[in-house]
Ligand binder design. Structure first.
Ligand code: 8YV
Length: 328
């Protein structure tokens, strides 16, 4: 019997490809370039499964061209590239990679917060440019971190990880806003207090965005929200690009409406809004919050386990639309 065909849309760990090859005929992108939408669609045609990385839109169009498709396994916790209702209608299982990246991503959120508040990259550029000739009492004065108020928008697993780091490691007062309040025991673990979005914006000294992207959360932070923030505040985005209106943020940074920003994700990435590239008070990183070898390997293995679990054994590990399983 021939093996089912599985698509792997971007180069990933060879050992994970080898695991998939034990069960499937694997069509893997070996290059650095993302397949075009047309090429991805053509390759998806005869596939039973796909391992995607967040950049490939799985919508009605993509699904209509791939009637044999049964599962798309995203190697990411975010899955805004999936139209889950459309996938459910077409009985295509969607899976993501929660938990395995939580602590690593929270570490990076804190690294970006620290680098932003303490002007780490800006001062390094100054040093590398040979401009450091003397000590000065006010050279690269940054924002205090310990003991300040940490605001978190989106209090899922990663948000809670950042809250714990702030509260327990840096003695910060933690406030958060989320669609729903955390259970009291989780609030206690994070030492976090629920506030309205307006209070969050007005009170936070450092605001970290960890909210999933959706039509509802698009531009959650725009000119109006930035205007509510303290001019001494910083903002960090490790969620998704579209959460922030990047043009409005660049304008607020330039006019010192807020003190600084740290961004790992961008609207239209890998393109970056040109205005963000010319303001000094922003730290920019290329979507690397989950990028450590153990974590990326765990993500790739979990995506592979979902493909194998479902297509071989009928038991995926982290389904997003489990109702599809009942129908199979
Ligand atoms: C991924 C991420 O590396 O998990 C997510 O949602 O944003 C990152 O950890 C990225 O999406 C590529 O898969």
């Amino acid at each position: 019997m021939s093996k089912p065909r599985v698509l792997v849309s971007r180069a990933i760990f060879p050992e994970v490809i080898a695991r998939l090859q034990e069960h499937f005929e694997v069509d893997a992108n070996q290059g650095d370039e993302l397949w075009s939408r047309a090429e991805f669609a053509a390759r998806l045609k005869g596939a039973a499964g796909a391992l995607t990385t967040g950049a490939e839109r799985i919508d009605e169009d993509a699904l209509a061209g791939a009637p044999g498709l049964r599962i798309c396994a995203n190697m990411a916790v975010g899955y805004n590239n999936f139209d889950v209702p459309a996938m459910t209608r077409r009985r295509v299982l969607a899976t993501n990679t929660p938990d395995v990246l939580t602590e690593t991503t929270a570490d990076f959120g804190f690294a970006l917060l620290m680098a932003t508040a303490r002007r780490v990259t800006e001062s390094e550029h100054y040093l590398r440019a040979g401009k450091w000739t003397r000590w000065s009492y006010d050279m690269f004065s940054g924002c205090e971190v310990h003991g300040t108020t940490l605001g978190i928008l989106g209090m899922g697993r990663i948000g809670q990880g950042i809250a714990r780091r702030g509260a327990h490691g840096f003695g910060m007062k933690v406030i958060y806003h989320n669609r729903s309040r955390l259970a009291p025991e989780l609030e206690a673990q994070c030492k976090a207090t629920y506030v309205s979005k307006l209070d969050l914006l007005r009170t936070a000294d450092h605001l970290v965005l960890v909210v999933p992207y959706s039509a509802q959360s698009h531009h959650s932070i725009g000119a109006a929200e930035l205007a509510q923030m303290k001019p001494t505040a910083t903002i960090v985005n490790i969620a998704r690009g579209g959460i922030v209106d990047d043009a409005a943020l660049a304008a607020a940074l330039r006019s010192k409406g807020i003190a600084a920003a740290g961004l790992d994700v961008f609207e239209g990435e890998p393109q970056v809004h040109p205005d963000l590239l010319t303001v000094p008070n922003v730290v920019l990183t290329p979507h690397i919050a989950s990028a450590t070898v153990p974590t990326r390997l765990a993500m790739a293995n979990l995506a592979a386990d979902n493909l194998i679990g479902f297509l071989v054994n009928g038991k995926p590990l982290t389904p997003l639309n489990p109702e599809v399983l009942q129908e199979h």
